[in-house]
Every structure is written in C-alpha cells, then in structure tokens.
Design a protein around this ligand. Structure first.
Ligand code: GDP
Length: 313
C-alpha cells in the first residue's frame, strides 16, 4: 500500500476495524474510505455494488462481521450465518468485479475442529467437526476463506485470509449476556465492586483454555500482512500463549480490585476445551505480538472506566 492508496476499512466502528483505522492513520495512510451502517448497508447487495463502482478502493480490510460471545453465538445462529455470509459475499464479490489490488479477510480461530490437535496449525482446517456453540459463525467464516481462495484461482485476485485468536481491547462490546468473556468479566467485576456484591457468577467450569490477543497487535499484524503476504493459504494471528478462564478471571478480578467471591455456573456452556493457535507461520513471516495480557487488560479497563457513557450494549 502507498501512503495515498485508497483503502476501505469495512466495519470501522467495531473492535477490529477501529483498531485497523488507528494503525493506518498512525502509519501515515491518508486516504481511508469509511462508511457507517447508516451510510452503507453491507447486507444489501445493490448498495455494496454501487459503493464499489463509485469509489473503486484499491485495498479492502474486511473487518465487518456479526460477532459475539458464546451465548450470543449459541442463541442467534441464524443471524450469525446469514449476516456474515451476506456481508462477505457482497464485499468479496464486488471487490473482484471492481478489480481492487488486494483484500484482507478476517476469519476466526473457531474455524478449526473442536477436538483439533493443539496448537492449531493452518492445515488442520476442515479435518474434523466444529464446536457446536459457534458452528454457524464458523461455517460462514470458512465460506469466506474458500471464497477468497476460489476468486484467487478463477479470477486471479489477490485476496488473503487471516485467522485471529480471541481478541479484546478498546471499543469492545462489554455486554454481559452477549459479549465475549474478557469484556463481560471486566463489566461483571466492576459492577459487583461498585454495588458491593459479595460474589460474581461466571459461566461454565473455568477449565477451558483460551488465547487472547490485544486488538492493536492484531491491527498491526493485518497491516503488516497486507504489505508483506500474498498467498491464498490462511495465516493464524495470535500470541501462542494460553490461559485458563479461571486464571483469566483472577487476573481481571485483581485489575478491577474486586474482593468478593467467584461462583461458577456450570449450567452455562464451556464451549471448546482448548483453542490455541500455532503462530509459527506468522513468526516466520516476520511478525510477533508485543502487548502482554496484563498490560492489554489494564489499558482496556482504563478505557472502559473512561467510556461508561458510550459503551456498546
Ligand atoms: P468462545 O471463546 O467462543 O467460547 O467465547 P467466549 O469468549 O464467550 O467464552 C470463552 C469462555 O469463557 C467459555 O468457556 C465461557 O463459558 C467462559 N465464560 C465464563 N464466564 C463468562 C461470561 O461471563 N461471559 C462469557 N462470554 N464467557 C464466559
């Protein structure tokens, strides 16, 4: 990308898209094309086609998606599969028609089989059954990968796909019922602290292991790969480090400075037991994460405290 290349960041209001915009601006990219939901409905085929033919971006970061935590994925499967397929179909297809230079598609680590050997290498894709709590979302993301690869094969496009691990950071969704574990726990512990509640209820057993990447690191990796990677095969983006949900909860309790008890409600799902990415391909390509979990958590908590009024629900 040149500093004056026209770059469309789809989903720029979200956790990932907003971080990509911050990174691009920091690096001196000046020609960003951004449209919010009201200005461009990504579910609408004609609106997306008109947008591409009018603006003809050279580069596209496809960070627009319907995302959510374990309960949201489990209870809104139709919305997850429909909206994600629709958004990515519209953008990828029109990017090809319009002849853009390059597109980066964001997938997810839930595309890998539930009982995948750990850490999960890129070539384990489609070697087993998916985790049931988020299979609709995963199928949509797998379709996005195949779509990028198919367009590259048939139409000689330059569409790359990256698979981030569990992300967190500023601009996240801190909703207690629908958010991912990390922002939900920040809010739960914070509310328990200010309301002086004796205990906080968390979901599942606390035994599952997860890997967490700070979203500014992810954004940096995406810009790096846009500039330095041009193959159809997918690339994992993570830290290569994991933590149990129980230990994560203790860490967040500590940062929020909540002194009460944690109660585990095992009637809520655990999800997949382990989800650790093999990041050796990314390291060979020349990129490594920088932000530690403790530092990323502190930054996120500070932002949460300063943005109470405008938090997404
Ligand atoms: P996942 O990584 O796709 O399973 O999605 P989540 O980030 O929503 O959940 C990760 C893990 O955290 C699961 O094992 C959940 O059971 C566990 N967890 C514990 N308490 C909570 C909570 O309050 N909210 C969420 N979203 N997950 C929780």
């Amino acid at each position: 990308m040149q500093k004056n290349s026209s770059i469309y960041v789809a989903g720029h209001k979200g956790l990932v898209g907003s971080a990509i915009v911050r990174r691009l601006l920091d690096l001196g990219y000046t020609n960003l094309i951004l449209r919010n939901r009201r200005e461009l409905d990504l579910l609408c085929q004609k609106a997306v086609a008109d947008f591409f033919s009018e603006h003809r971006p050279e580069y596209v970061f496809l960070a627009a998606a319907k995302v959510g935590g374990i309960m949201s994925n489990k209870t809104h499967k139709a919305d997850f599969i429909y909206e994600n397929l629709q958004i990515q179909n519209n953008i990828i297809h029109n990017a090809a028609i319009c002849g853009i230079s390059k597109l980066l598609f964001l997938g997810s680590s839930c595309i890998y089989p539930r009982d995948c050997p750990q850490p999960m290498r890129e070539d384990y894709l489609l070697t087993g059954s998916l985790e049931k709590t988020n299979d609709a979302y995963a199928v949509a993301k797998i379709a996005g990968i195949k779509m990028c690869q198919s367009y590259n094969e048939q139409y000689n496009t330059n569409f790359i796909s990256v698979m981030p691990t569990n992300l967190y950071g500023i601009n996240d969704n801190f909703d207690i019922e629908n958010g991912h574990v990390l922002p939900s726990l920040i809010r739960k512990f914070y509310l328990a602290k200010i309301n002086e509640q004796p205990c906080v209820e968390l979901w599942g057993t606390g035994a599952p292991l997860r890997e967490f990447l700070y979203v500014d690191d992810l954004a940096d990796a995406c810009v790096y790969l846009m500039n330095n990677y041009a193959q159809s095969s997918i690339v994992n983006i993570g830290t290569g480090e994991e933590i149990s949900i129980k230990d994560l909860a203790m860490l967040i309790r500590d940062i929020v400075d909540y002194r009460g008890e944690i109660i585990w409600n095992s009637s809520r799902p655990d999800g997949t037991p382990r989800k650790l990415l093999d990041v050796s391909k990314l390291h060979v390509l020349g990129w490594q994460h920088r932000v530690t979990l403790r530092v990323g958590l502190k930054t996120t908590y500070t932002w949460f405290l300063q943005n109470q009024e405008t938090l997404r629900q």
